[in-house]
Write a new protein. Sequence first.
Length: 273
Amino acid sequence: MEKMLKDRVAIVTGSGRGIGRAVALLFAQEGAKVIVSDIDPQPTQEVVDEIKALGGECIGVSGDITAPRYAETIVGKAVETWGGLHILVNNAGYTWDAVIHKMTDDQWEAMLAVHLTGPFRLIRTAAPYFRDAAKQEKTAGKVVNRKIINVSSTSGTRGNAGQANYAAAKAGTVGLARTLAKEWGPLNVQVNAVAYGWIATRLTKEKEGGGAIERSGKTVAIGIPAAMRNVMTMIVPMGRPGTPEEAAGPMLFLASSLSDYVSGQCLEVTGGL
């Protein structure tokens, strides 16, 4: 049986850990040539090594998705290495929580930068390899479907107390996907969003464990308070968080030919919530 993403070139941002790592591994398993991207070089290289050990084809391009020139770097590397681009997964991100009356400008701007401005720049930079390529293929009598997938969250589709910044940015990724689906639909580009609920990653571990990351020159605590995790266990019908591998499955659907008539949608992956 032919692999679902054979000969496709895919960029997956934030793929050094968690959902992004699982997506990169699954795409490579299904035949894609994958650009692994993460802000931290070590996990980027670890995923590259893992994919290559399994016989996959990939390169790593570590960097900060919020940097003004990073989109040019990663898209340029994909095209230089494999001559084109077919799939773009905008997954990179993190949370920086506070109730709105205590939220700083830095917190607000950081979430918009990583979840919305970064994806916008990547899409804009990738435009020639989606739009121009499609026009050339049409002239040659070919049809090649390309895919863009924005990672959203149920915080963005439903709201979540303490996450006004994150929720606003994630809602924006859905609006961006739906608008682009209309603009680029005639060029055989399907654009969708996936809104995740509770997925087991380092961002959803118990906050009391003291986990933190360094972003925007600040130390940002990550995780979910134990009390909130207990509530999630009760209200999620499946009674547990999803795994990164379970989160990657819907991405494969949206990246493959199975979704060639699916565009402008937001698929919620929530365990029934």
